[in-house]
Design a protein around this ligand. Sequence first.
Ligand SMILES: Nc1ncnc2c1ncn2[C@@H]1O[C@H](COP(=O)(O)OP(=O)(O)OP(=O)(O)O)[C@@H](O)[C@H]1O
Length: 344
Amino acid sequence: MGLFGTGWKRYGGCPRTEPVRKEKYNYALSQFEIFETLGTGTFGRVRLVRCMEEDSYYALKMVKKEYILKMDQLDHMCNEVRLLRILQHPFIVDLRAHFQDELRLYLLMELVIGGELYALLRNSGKLSNDRAKFYAAEVVLAFQYLHGMYIAYRGLKPENILIDINGNIKLCDFGFAKVVEERTFTNCGTPEYTAPEVINGLGHGRSVDWWGLGILIFEMTAGHPPFFDQSPFGVYEKILAGKFQVPPHVDDKASSILKKLIVRDRTKRLGCRDRGADELKAHSWFAKVNWDALYYEQVKAPYVPEIGAPNDTRHFDRYPDSEPGIEEPLDGKGQEKFHQFDTF
Ligand SMILES: Nc1ncnc2c1ncn2[C@@H]1O[C@H](COP(=O)(O)OP(=O)(O)OP(=O)(O)O)[C@@H](O)[C@H]1O
């Protein structure tokens, strides 16, 4: 089914699941002052930039074309842009534009200044029950929106959850997200967050997101993931064995939702049946959450990052600069492969 095709169905009673076509601005790298690296991933580097004409700051993801072809990542990049262009949700990072030059592809995103949830977890060890619930509830709303468009996010991990200036979350990194009717078979993601149906190669759709949420709630409340080992293989073995223990300090209702989310059989996993996200929203752990107020960002966040200036990057790790070197643009045939990037 095409993203704008017929057959839109409401999933889990999500009231505002509609694709938007966001405005397209024409930007070029020369319009920006480029500052420090905010984060790096397998495929690129995200830097703080300032658009000189607008005097506004953004996050710019820059990925070398040569690298994209070498690593066979063109589909991955196109996928991310195609999806981010149509998504508009308070808890999903906003893509403002995408453009290219001879050397790289660029994704211009709103700047999410509070850093990664990963850093919060690393600094605090574990989070309070209320704080974990607040972030988990915002993830539920983001997933409900995505699943309503038949999009599985498939990349949940604390590194991809950013904290904005008001303390709300923004999901970033849509490289693994996929439009799924039912099942899909590509492997992706991080060992500790991988669902058993992914390891088994049985195909996976939106159910992996609810598994990922279970792992995230566990990590936030317990202070460590439920399945860990020195090697990815060891992690996978433990996931398949499916045995985990919720530490005694974890709230009883949190423990109850964990036992319903970290379930090997996806047909029995919370969120994977007809009612989708509504099943989670009805769980007693979320009993006091006012979902509408949360959506409209009217709920005070339990933690608001301290920010001194619009370009204050104190909440991000420091990264060594990329190696300067002579970069050769691709030849005409190579460049042709990227023409599609302009057509989204
Ligand atoms: N809009 C943003 N505002 C601030 N920081 C951001 C933004 N987008 C990304 N980052 C930072 O850059 C990091 C890498 O971004 P992203 O995950 O999109 O890159 P990637 O190359 O696709 O990574 P991965 O290997 O996880 O697929 C994020 O974890 C985050 O720290």
